[in-house]
Structure formats: C-alpha cells, structure tokens
Design a protein around this ligand. Structure first.
Ligand code: SAM
Length: 508
C-alpha cells in the first residue's frame, strides 16, 4: 500500500462505472416517493461526490446539468487524471475535481452543498476517514440538503467478513508481484478450503454462493472490494447514528422498490415491519427479512413532509422515459418481494405512449385508454414501472443544443475508450440528464455508427485488437466468418430493438 493510501488500494485503478442513481433527479424521485421535500434544481444547485473513482458518474452529471456546480475528490492521482480527461473532452466549466483525501478536502473552502453523494466508500475506509466524511457532511451540507451513501450491509454481507479476512491474510503472505495475482490466488485458496470440506462453508450455504460469485468479478473489482484493510459490513442503525451526529435523518433508498413496503417487504414479515415504530428498527427488520447485502441510503438534513397539493404537483410534473426497449418490459417481473404480474390494462397504454418519447405523469394520466381507471391506479402503476427500472425520470424540458453537444463530446470520448478495449457500460443522455446504462455489446456498434465502416466489421476489428472472440449458446466461435456472422445477427437486433431507445435518450 502507498503511504498516502491509508489502507486503501492504489495499485490498480477502479472500474469506470456510472451510477445513474446518483443523479439529482433520481434522488428527488426517491424523496417524492417518500413524500419528503427535495432541493429545487432548475435554478442551480451544488453537488459534491466524495471518492469519485474514475469520475464517470460525476462528469456526465456535470455535462448534462449546466445549471449545477459539481465538485468531487479522490486521493488517487490516476483516478483524477482519468476523470479530468473525460471532463476536458466536453470542456466542462462547472466541475472541479480535487486530488484530495477526505481530510484534505475538509480544509478547502467550498460552498454549501445541496447534494453530497458517496458510493462504495463508507464501508471500505478507516474509522478516521468515516469521521472526516461526517465532518465534511456536517460542514458542507445545506439545511434541506440530501446525502446519498451506499455501504456493504449487515446481515447479508456478514458471511463474507471471514472470507475477506482470510483473503487479506493469504494475500499478505503470497509472493506474487501484483495485488491482482495475490488476490486471485487468495480466491483460489478459499475455493480449496471449501473443497476440503471446511465446516465454515458447509454451515453457511450463503458463503458458498458468495464464494462462487467471486469468479464473476474482474481484477479491479476484486481488489477494490477485498484488499482494503478497513473493510467492514455495517448495520443500518450504525449509519443512522453516524448521520444523526451530523444532524441528518434517514429519508429513503435509491433502490426505489425499497420505498414501498408492498414491493419490498415479504408478506410474512409485513406485520412485524409495520409494528415497529422506530424507522431504524423497521429497516433492521427489512434487512433481516430480505438478507440485505448492500444498502443505498438517502439521508436529509431536516425532513419536510410534502403537503398533499405539493405531492400531487410533484407527481404531475414528473417527466419520464422508457429505460429499456418496449419489448423488454416483461409483464411477469421480479421485485424484492418476489414475482409480480403486471396489470396489462394499466401498463400497456403507459408503456406504448412512452415508446413515442418522454411524457409527464400528467400527460400519461390523461390517456384515453386509462380513463376508466381511478387516477391513483395510474400513479401506482407508474411507480411500479419505475421500481422495475422500466422507466427513468428525465429532465423537465427537452435538452438544449448545447447539452446535446456536451453529451456527444463525452460519448465520443467514452466510445473511443470502448474501441481501445476499455470497460464502457454507460453513456451520457441529455434527455435523462445523467449517464445511463447501455448494453456492453452495443458500445462498439454505437462507435461504428460514427465511422464509415459497417457495424459488424468495425466491431470485429476492435474485438480482434482486444484479443476477444465471441461465443454463441456457450460455444466459442472460430475465425472471421463465424464471428462476423454472429456480429451481423447482433447488429440487426441492436438496430431493431435498442437503437430506437438510444436515439430517444439522445445517446445515438
Ligand atoms: C470502491 S471505489 C468507488 C469509486 C466511485 N465512487 C465508484 O463507485 O465508482 C473507492 C474510491 O475511494 C477513493 N478513496 C479511498 N479512500 C480515500 C480517501 N481517504 N480520500 C479520498 N479518496 C479515497 C479511492 O481512490 C477509490 O476511487
């Protein structure tokens, strides 16, 4: 570990992921669902991300929300360089990226913030750093301001704790040169313990599943997840206490379904959940009922409950778009409580209308096909579709030419990264106002559309440079002919099903 890293990983850069849940519009939507007032963003706002990693989320937000001022820190200079390069590609003038530790950031003179977000930080840093983070929130968050904080949670993450410790100890004694090799070997070591019939795995079937899941992680994720010396899984009640010391109260979750007990609390535990008076106790019951592994909490400094008229206006003005192609919006779906079958009479007209473009809830509620339904059914249906991530909250107005140009600039930079073989799973949407997920296989097709080369040939050339060939039905494809045929098939599917959605979201 480098001296300045305070036990955190610096040898490998973190993955360049984008988290649309960190967008002000998504945070505000979660608060609307909970009936809690949220910051007005139209006239301007300040937003701080602590530990921004590769900065993809923050940079895309800054590009798509010119009325906001965005700030962020990460103490890893490689991360800061990567984020600055992305910001420079769109000449952003509303974003400041600091190569600061949390302690150093505390000493800076920054304006009061409407939003402070930290994703994948709080359960990986030392107690001192958690205290610095709380001091930053206490110092910088406005009254009425919003904090998003995610963390590895108890009890679902608990079986991983002994595994993390064993990996840390094993890796510390292993002679390989790189951290990725040492933790790769540590993962194999755990596997050999399991195969030797270690009672820990026999008595903890969830640990067996979690162990198997380690092979889904790439090197960067594996190392950033497990190599921190300060790794801990937190109880929600502890985070509530920490936040209370900074004068914040729990206000909801960016996992939208969790804001609706009906969608997220298993029926058998519902009475127990409802009987608990203290919200922290309710969340504890939830975490045990569904064995929560990771939490995405929202806290506010002063919760003001919306009056019925404000709540109604908030919903009516809410503007929405499809988040996935219409054909992928299945009527048999899954929520944290289990399988649900959607009511076609209510869902079909809403989804069909949104396939034409973004609409407000007011416009959707006025659809003739919904006139026979009670108005609350329309809102309930929309909320359900949002919880299923079929829909996304978008900007209140159509994007300006300048916003589209900024999105195009960032997306050209992201697509160039994809063509160079780097991980890209999101692009900037001026319609949504943030980054939004795209199918990983589609990024090369989207890049090809900016060239004269046909999509399959372009994608195959990039894949060959990266030393990758495709598989179909689990079978590896061999040579140019088979790979190109498969890419032709995938390109047709892309054009038919996902390209119209990307166009609607301003990505393509
Ligand atoms: C797991 S990564 C998450 C990054 C980003 N939030 C994301 O989700 O993509 C944790 C990040 O915190 C940064 N970090 C860890 N300790 C820090 C500290 N004391 N001060 C500033 N940044 C820190 C790391 O460099 C890393 O980029």
């Amino acid at each position: 570990m480098a001296q300045w890293s305070e036990g955190y990983v610096t040898e490998i850069e973190y993955i360049a992921d984008c988290f649309p849940d960190l967008a002000p519009a998504h945070l505000n939507l979660a608060l609307l669902h909970r009936g809690i007032a949220f910051p007005e963003t139209e006239a301007g706002f300040n937003y701080l991300e602590l530990g921004f990693g590769q900065g993809v989320t923050l940079t895309m937000l800054a590009a798509m929300q010119p009325q906001g001022r965005f700030y962020g820190n990460d103490f890893n200079p490689s991360h800061v360089l990567g984020a600055r390069a992305l910001a420079d590609s769109a000449a952003l003038d509303n974003l400041e990226l600091f190569e600061d530790s949390f302690a150093e950031l505390l000493a800076r003179d920054l304006p009061p913030m409407d939003y402070i977000v930290l994703h994948g930080i709080y359960s990986w840093v030392s107690t001192e750093n958690r205290a610095h983070i709380l001091a930053l929130i206490r110092k910088l968050l406005k009254t009425g301001g919003v904090v998003y904080i995610s963390y590895n949670a108890q009890p679902g993450w608990a079986p991983k704790a002994p595994m993390q410790r064993a990996m840390l100890e094993f890796a510390a004694r292993h002679g390989a040169e790189t951290l990725a090799e040492r933790f790769g070997a540590a993962r194999e070591f755990l596997k050999s313990l399991e195969q030797a019939g270690a009672a820990y795995f026999v008595h903890n079937p969830v640990a067996q599943e979690q162990l198997a899941g380690l092979w889904d992680l790439n090197d960067a994720y594996l190392v950033h997840e497990f190599a921190s010396e300060n790794w801990v899984a937190l109880h929600h009640a502890d985070v509530v206490r920490d936040m209370a010391a900074a004068k914040l109260g729990f206000a909801g979750s960016t996992t939208l379904a969790n804001n609706f007990p009906l969608f997220s609390i298993p029926p058998d535990a519902a009475a127990l959940y409802q009987s608990a008076k203290d919200p922290a106790m309710r969340e504890m019951i939830r975490d045990f009922a569904v064995n929560t592994q990771f939490r995405r909490d929202i806290f506010v400094r002063g919760a003001r409950h919306l009056e019925p008229a404000d709540l109604d206006a908030g919903y009516r003005q809410l503007r929405l778009a499809l988040r996935r192609p219409l054909a992928d919006c299945a009527f048999d779906a899954h929520l944290p409580v289990g399988a649900v079958t959607l009511d076609r009479a209510a869902c079909e007209p809403i989804l069909a209308e949104l396939a034409k473009g973004p609409r407000t809830v007011e416009m959707l509620a006025a659809l003739p096909a919904l006139s026979g339904l009670h108005p609350s059914v329309c809102v309930d249906t929309i909320n359900l579709l949002l919880c299923l991530r079929y829909l996304v909250a978008v900007q209140p107005t159509e994007p300006t030419v300048a916003m589209r140009e900024r999105a195009d600039a960032i997306n050209r930079a992201m697509l160039a990264r994809a063509v160079a073989g780097r991980y890209v799973a999101a692009l900037a949407s001026p319609v949504v106002g943030s980054g939004i997920e795209v199918e990983r296989g589609d990024v090369l097709f989207l890049a090809a559309m900016q060239s004269e080369v046909p999509l399959p040939e372009f994608a195959w050339a990039a894949l060959q440079r990266a030393g990758v060939s495709l598989t179909r039905d689990g079978k590896a494809l061999d040579g140019d002919k088979e790979n190109l045929q498969e890419l032709e098939r995938r390109a047709e599917e892309f054009k038919k099903s996902r390209l119209p959605l990307y166009r609607m979201l301003g990505i393509a």
